[in-house]
Design a protein around this ligand. Structure first.
Ligand code: DX5
Ligand code: ZN
Length: 227
């Protein structure tokens, strides 16, 4: 995984057919996805449940790009090795998930993965000021985590502040929640480079109509071209 700040579209398989993850992953990659975003929820940190390390490990052989695993769980540390074993390329933990995010990020890197840190909408940019050299990706939530298909919350001020704090460091800014062709340009212009999109990519398509995924991905990319 080399570093670059070009725009990357990361479809969230939270919006995929849960009975058919392998083919869904293959379809979005064939249709132009840059990364595959995997939302892990525990019914405790967020009010919804998705899948655990065994399922993520089963996704791995289907992912040819980057498997970007977003943990919405607390605690995180007891599960880091399981997600490394599952084959996560990027493992992201929430700053709000526990008192020791610094240690968590160190442990994620020590386990051989890129370390991401996510910020809920109510958490300020300053929460990561002392973590910038320990992280490879900052995920700015533009919805309250837990569900796909929610309305975008404007966090452009926070994104700009993070972009300035990051400076020349090789740290991605990822946006998660309510990204579609109308909101993507706002976040890209503010400094984001990884755009997670669930409903805006999967809407209207299926594994038997994968070209709709391609149209949806291209619509987001076209909306931000020039950034
Ligand atoms: C929300 C998840 C997101 C979600 C995005 O808790 O972290 O990744 O799937 O879905 P959309 O793009 O539909 O807002
Ligand atoms: Zn996510």
């Amino acid at each position: 995984m080399s570093f670059d700040r070009s725009i990357k579209i990361a479809p969230s398989i939270l919006s995929a057919d849960f009975a058919n993850f392998g083919q869904e992953i293959q379809a979005i990659e064939a249709q132009g996805a840059d990364w595959v975003h995997v939302d892990v929820m525990d019914g405790h940190f967020v009010p919804n449940l998705t899948f655990g390390p065994a399922a993520v490990k089963a996704f791995r052989p289907h992912v040819k790009t980057v498997m970007d695993v977003h943990l919405m769980i607390a605690p995180v540390d007891p599960y880091i090795d399981a997600y490394a074993d599952a084959g996560a390329d990027v493992l992201t933990a929430h700053v709000e998930a526990g008192p020791h995010i610094h240690r968590t990020l160190q442990a994620i890197r020590a386990a051989g993965m890129k370390a991401g840190v996510a910020l809920n909408p109510g958490t300020p940019a300053e929460a990561v000021a002392h973590l910038l050299d320990l992280t490879d990706l900052i995920c700015v939530m533009t919805v309250n985590p837990g569900f796909g298909g929610q309305k975008f919350i404007d966090m452009t001020g926070k994104i700009r502040a993070l972009r300035q704090m990051i400076g020349d460091r090789p740290v991605h800014i990822e946006i998660d929640g309510g990204v579609d062709p109308s909101t993507a340009p706002l976040v890209a212009e503010a400094g984001a480079d990884v755009l997670v999109a669930g409903s805006a990519v999967f809407r209207g398509g299926s594994v038997s109509q994968p070209e709709v995924y391609g149209d949806n991905i291209r619509a987001i990319r076209a909306a931000v071209s020039g950034n």
